[in-house]
Design a protein around this ligand. Structure first.
Ligand code: SAM
Ligand code: 2KA
Ligand code: SF4
Ligand code: MG
Length: 222
């Protein structure tokens, strides 16, 4: 079994429930979507340079870092051949905490049905600004748990209004964690907080991508 890895690195997680904590990142090549704002489009290009790694190579690398939080991302990691096997191995280790960044278009059901300890999914709900909203697999909302997160990456007021509608329609804050994150450089943070106040968005967390504040926002490998 082999995987197309475009980068692997240690950093702090800049996003999600474990933001600020050390994490080891494995980024896979290729994606089925083409979000208007994607900050890793390079990883989705057909001729991107990648390292072929076996399951054992990835496991050995992760173990060698001594870091317990693992983030698997991309690209769209769930489309990587044999990704189920890698997730199975990494979730079988009690002391590791696996987080998967996924784009909301791929079914995550089988991970709940077949694994004793499913990973934590951070699943985007792509809004109009992304131009990918019609690709969402809404069925995923039925399987998410308190370990998971739905993330809305917002670019404007219209996106924010939709966020509230989707949260209400699917009772998302009762099922799972809900995060709001700005498209980098696109929307004023204070306008987002004002919207949260005006609409009583309880149980929703505003998230700024820490790594884009700490490092150059275009820097890879951080
Ligand atoms: C690069 S994606 C890879 C994983 C998966 N394809 C997805 O979209 O969730 C990782 C996360 O970065 C977010 N992201 C990408 N570009 C962004 C940007 N310009 N500003 C804020 N978040 C961004 C995505 O929405 C997603 O939550
Ligand atoms: N530091 C850091 N944290 C992250 N959390 C999720 C990331 C991603 O690209 O999926 C990411 C990333 O690219 N860098
Ligand atoms: S789904 Fe993720 S990797 Fe794919 S284009 Fe959108 S943000 Fe980029
Ligand atoms: Mg990123």
């Amino acid at each position: 079994m082999s995987y197309k890895v475009v980068e692997k690195f240690i950093s702090i997680n800049g996003e999600g429930q474990r933001a600020g904590q050390l994490a080891v990142f494995i980024r896979f090549a290729g994606c089925n979507l083409n979000c208007s704002y994607c900050d890793t489009l390079w990883a989705n290009e057909k001729n991107v340079d990648y390292e072929v790694m076996t399951l054992e190579d990835i496991y050995t690398y992760i173990e060698s870092t001594g870091v317990k939080n693992i983030t698997i991302t991309g690209g769209e990691p769930l489309l990587q051949d044999n990704i189920f096997d890698l997730i199975k191995v990494l979730t079988a280790e009690n002391e590791l905490r696996l987080e998967i960044e996924t784009n909301g278009s791929v079914s995550i059901k089988k991970y709940y049905e077949k694994l004793n300890h499913p990973p934590s999914f951070t699943m985007d709900y792509k809004l109009e600004s992304s131009q990918m909203e019609d690709k969402m697999n809404i069925d995923n909302f039925n399987v998410l748990t308190q370990k998971d997160t739905v993330k809305f990456v917002v670019g404007d007021m219209k996106d924010l209004i939709k966020v509230k509608e989707v949260i209400d329609e699917y009772n998302l804050t009762e099922k799972t964690n809900v995060y709001l994150s700005p498209i980098y450089g696109k929307i004023n943070y204070q306008d987002m907080v004002d919207f949260m106040i005006e609409n009583k968005l309880n149980d929703v967390s505003l998230q700024l991508q820490l790594h884009k504040i700490i490092w150059d926002p275009n820097q890879k490998g951080v």
